[in-house]
Design a protein around this ligand. Structure first.
Ligand SMILES: [Fe+2]
Length: 225
């Protein structure tokens, strides 16, 4: 580790500055207004994000593979059976869970055609980060995503009725539990360094969500193209 301005475990000490400005911009988006189509878009975007997350986690494993907490966390993220819903009962990376339900519901190709450019840009921006920063983005996500996913769940209950969205809701709830529970992922890797180099990652994530109409209509992107 070259620099150390914070660790993944001390959020309170560095709240609302630097990269957490982007985290706040994400959590301030109007999730409570999302309709079923917009939630399906979010499900697709979560699949894209999960594909990149698995890549970045494998990068982290290459760099920090001797860290016991990271090893335990990886066991709960990659080739794992800790997501089981409806007819999905197998080991896999978590993105495979979302691809299964989006594919079954006939949504994946349609969403790829509609939103593929946004996804490709996000993936390009994440993959352009150096290996250490990608690893840090993973450590940081274990701490920040439970709060963000909790906001997703504020979308009206009646808007999660499709089979894919029922699975997506379960996916979000499980992730909040796996990351933030006592002894969960955030705790396991809480001593690994996170610093401001992760800012471009959260900027890219904020921009990824600009293909959701309710977010654009809220004015959240008026000063951020
Ligand atoms: Fe996690």
């Amino acid at each position: 580790m070259t620099t150390s301005t914070s660790t993944a475990g001390n959020a309170a000490a560095t709240a609302a500055v630097g990269y957490r400005v982007w985290v706040k911009k994400i959590t301030d988006l109007p999730f409570h207004e999302l309709d079923s189509d917009e939630l399906t878009r979010m499900c697709y975007l979560s699949w894209v994000a999960a594909v990149e997350f698995a890549e970045a986690l494998r990068v982290a494993e290459r760099i920090h593979g001797d860290h016991k907490g990271l090893q335990d966390m990886i066991a709960g993220e990659l080739q794992t059976s800790n997501l089981a819903f409806d007819d999905y009962r197998r080991s896999g990376d978590h993105h495979e869970f979302l691809a299964h339900f989006l594919g079954k519901d006939g949504q994946l190709e349609k969403l790829e055609a509609e939103l593929g450019e946004f996804a490709a840009e996000y993936l390009r921006e994440c993959r352009a980060l150096d290996d250490e920063t990608r690893a840090m983005s993973v450590f940081s996500r274990e701490e920040e995503l439970p709060g963000i996913f909790t906001r997703f769940l504020e979308a009206p209950a009646e808007n999660w009725q499709t089979p894919a969205l029922a699975a997506y809701r379960y996916y979000l709830e499980q992730h909040i539990f796996l990351d933030s529970d006592e002894g969960g992922h955030a705790e396991l890797i809480g001593d690994l360094t996170v610093d401001e180099r992760v800012e471009p990652f959260y900027h890219a994530r904020f921009r990824l969500y600009r293909c959701v109409p309710a977010f654009v209509q809220s004015g959240a992107y008026d000063t951020e193209a």
